[in-house]
Ligand binder design. Structure first.
Ligand code: GLU
Ligand code: ASP
Length: 498
C-alpha cells in the first residue's frame, strides 16, 4: 500500500508534459543518455585501433587478436556490471544517485585514456568505465519507466524516443571522436569522449530537480537497518575473498589473459542461468509467471546469438574496415572509424518505419518469437554477404566499402525486429517480484554474447575469414529456423501475452 502511495507521490512531482507529448523528465534522461552513449561509442570507435596500432602510430602496439578479445571482454563486463548497479540503486542509494556516480566514474575513465600513458592507464580506465556504466546505463533506463503511471499508454513512445537518443549519440560520436582520434591523436579523441560525458552530467544535474521530481531519489527496496550489518559484512567478505584469489593468481602467474577470457566466458553463462533459477524457484513467482519464464529462455538464447553478431560490428568488422576495405572511395578518404556510425544511422532512419509497420499490421504482425527469428535471419545474412566479395576477390584484395554498408544495414533490420521488442518482452515476462531487475536481465543477453565473442574472435584472421563469417552466419540462420518452428509453443507458454 505504502509503495503505491509513494508511486502516486512520485508521479505528482513530475511535470507530465513538455517533451514531445511526454513528461519533461524524458528530456533530462534523453540528453543524459545521449551524451553517455556519445562518450561510450566514441571511445569504442577508436579503441580497437588504439590497441593494435603500432606505437609509432600512437597506438599501444598490442597483438591484433588479443586486442579483439580484450574489447569483447570489456563490452561484456560493461553490461554484466549492470547487475551491481541495479542492486545498489534498488537497495542503497536510488537510481538518481547511481546515474550521477556512474557518470563521474565514466568521465574519469575517459580522462584516464586521454592522458598519454601506458597500458596500465588503459586498464584503470577499463575498470572505471565498467563500474560507471553498470551504475548509469540500467538505471537511467529504469527512470524512464518511472515517469509513467502503470496504465499510461505513452510509455512505449517514451522508450522509443529514448532509444532515438541512444542512437543519435552513437551516430555522431564516431564522426567526431573517430575523426579526431584517427586523424590527429587517439588521446585527443578520448578527451572529447570525456567532455561528452561531462556535458551529460551537467544536463542531468541542472535539470533533474525540475524535471524528474522525486523519481529515483529513494531506493525502491531499501535495506532494512537490521539487514544492513549482515549484508555489508557479506559484501566485505566477498571483496576480500576475490582480492585474495586475485593476489594468489597474479603472484603465481595464473591470471593470464587466456584464463581471464575463460573466466568471463563462464560468468557470461553462469550469471543469467542463476538469475533464471532464482526467479523460477522463488515462492514469490506464480505458476503463470513460471510458464512465462520458460518462454523467455529461448528468446534469451536468441538474443545472445543476435548480439554476438551485432557487437562484432565494433570488433571484427572494425578490423575488416581497417584491413580489408578500400578506404579511398569516390575521391574521398574514409576513416575506418566512421563505419561505426552506420548501425545507429540506419536505426534512426528505419525505426519510425518499423513502428509504423507494426501499427499498420496490427493483429497480423508477427508474434514476439517470430520477430526474434527474423532478427536471427538478418543477423546471419549480415555475415553471409561478406562471403561474396571474399569469394570473388580472395583474401588478398581490398573490397568495396559498400559490402560493409550492406552488412550493417542487414543487421539493423534484424535489430529493429529484436531489440525494442526484446526490451518490452522482458518487462512483460519478468515475474512481478523481480520487475526492478529486469533491465539488468535484458543487458545480460548482450553480456553473454560478448563473453562468447571473446572466446571466438581468436579464430578470425584474413585466411580464415570465409569459414568464420560462414559458420557464424549459418549458425544464426539455423537457430532462427528452430525458433520459428517452436514459436507457437513459446507463444503458448507466454500465457496470453503478445
Ligand atoms: N546498442 C544498445 C545500446 O547501447 C545495446 C544495448 C542492448 O543490449 O540492448 O543501448
Ligand atoms: N544500435 C546500437 C544500440 O541500440 C548502437 C550501436 O551499435 O552503435 O544502441
Amino acid at each position: 500500500m505504502s509503495s503505491s502511495i509513494n508511486k502516486q507521490k512520485i508521479l505528482d512531482s513530475i511535470p507530465q508534459k513538455g517533451f514531445f507529448g511526454n513528461p519533461k523528465g524524458l528530456f533530462t534522461l534523453f540528453f543524459t543518455e545521449f551524451w553517455e552513449r556519445f562518450s561510450y561509442y566514441g571511445m569504442k570507435a577508436i579503441l580497437v585501433y588504439y590497441m593494435y596500432y603500432e606505437v609509432s602510430k600512437g597506438g599501444l602496439g598490442l597483438d591484433e587478436k588479443t586486442s579483439l578479445a580484450i574489447v569483447s571482454i570489456y563490452g561484456s563486463l560493461v553490461y554484466m556490471s549492470g547487475i551491481i548497479g541495479g542492486w545498489l540503486a534498488d537497495r542503497i542509494f536510488g537510481t538518481s544517485k547511481a546515474v550521477f556516480y556512474g557518470g563521474i566514474l565514466i568521465m574519469l575513465g575517459h580522462i584516464a585514456l586521454a592522458i598519454p600513458g601506458s597500458i596500465s592507464m588503459f586498464f584503470v580506465s577499463m575498470i572505471l568505465i565498467v563500474i560507471g556504466t553498470g551504475l548509469l546505463k540500467p538505471n537511467v533506463s529504469s527512470i524512464v519507466g518511472e515517469l509513467y503511471a502503470e496504465d499510461d499508454n505513452r510509455r512505449d513512445s517514451g522508450f522509443s524516443i529514448f532509444y532515438m537518443g541512444i542512437n543519435t549519440g552513437a551516430f555522431i560520436a564516431p564522426l567526431i571522436v573517430g575523426t579526431v582520434g584517427m586523424k590527429y591523436n587517439f588521446h585527443l579523441g578520448f578527451g572529447i569522449a570525456a567532455v561528452g560525458m561531462f556535458i551529460g552530467l551537467i544536463v542531468f544535474m541542472a535539470t533533474k530537480k525540475k524535471n524528474l521530481g522525486l523519481a529515483g531519489i529513494t531506493p525502491v527496496n531499501p535495506l532494512a537497518p537490521n539487514e544492513k550489518k549482515s549484508v555489508y559484512t557479506k559484501i566485505g567478505l566477498a571483496i576480500l575473498i576475490i582480492a585474495i584469489i586475485c593476489a594468489i593468481a597474479i603472484s603465481n602467474g595464473l591470471l593470464t589473459l587466456n584464463s581471464f577470457i575463460g573466466l568471463v566466458g563462464i560468468l557470461g553463462i553462469l550469471i543469467p542461468t542463476m538469475y533464471f533459477i532464482v526467479m523460477y524457484r522463488s515462492p514469490k513467482t506464480t505458476s503463470v509467471e513460471r510458464s512465462r519464464l520458460l518462454a523467455y529462455i529461448p528468446l534469451f538464447i536468441a538474443a545472445v546469438m543476435f548480439w554476438a553478431i551485432q557487437e562484432q560490428g565494433s570488433t571484427i568488422l572494425a578490423n575488416y574496415a581497417d584491413k580489408r576495405t578500400q578506404l579511398e572511395f569516390a575521391g574521398f578518404h574514409i576513416s575506418p572509424a566512421w563505419f561505426q556510425s552506420l548501425n545507429p544511422l540506419f536505426i534512426i532512419t528505419l525505426a519510425p518505419l518499423f513502428a509504423w509497420l507494426w501499427v499498420k499490421l496490427g493483429k497480423r504482425q508477427p508474434t514476439i518469437p517470430q520477430k526474434f527469428s527474423i532478427g536471427l535471419f538478418f543477423a546471419g545474412l549480415s555475415f553471409l554477404v561478406i562471403l561474396v566479395p571474399s569469394y570473388f576477390g580472395g583474401a588478398g584484395s581490398l573490397v568495396s566499402p559498400l559490402w560493409l554498408v550492406l552488412s550493417y544495414f542487414l543487421v539493423v533490420i534484424g535489430e529493429l525486429c529484436l531489440s525494442p521488442v526484446g526490451m518490452s518482452a522482458t518487462t512483460k515476462l519478468a515475474p512481478s517480484a523481480f520487475s526492478a531487475q529486469m533491465m539488468s536481465l535484458w543487458f545480460l543477453a548482450n553480456a553473454a554474447a560478448q563473453a562468447l565473442n571473446a572466446q571466438i574472435v581468436r579464430f578470425y584472421s584474413a585466411d580464415t575469414e570465409m569459414v568464420y563469417f560462414g559458420a557464424i552466419g549459418i549458425t544464426s540462420l539455423i537457430l532462427g529456423f528452430i525458433l520459428l518452428a517452436i514459436s507457437p509453443k513459446i507463444q503458448g507458454f507466454m500465457k496470453g501475452l503478445r
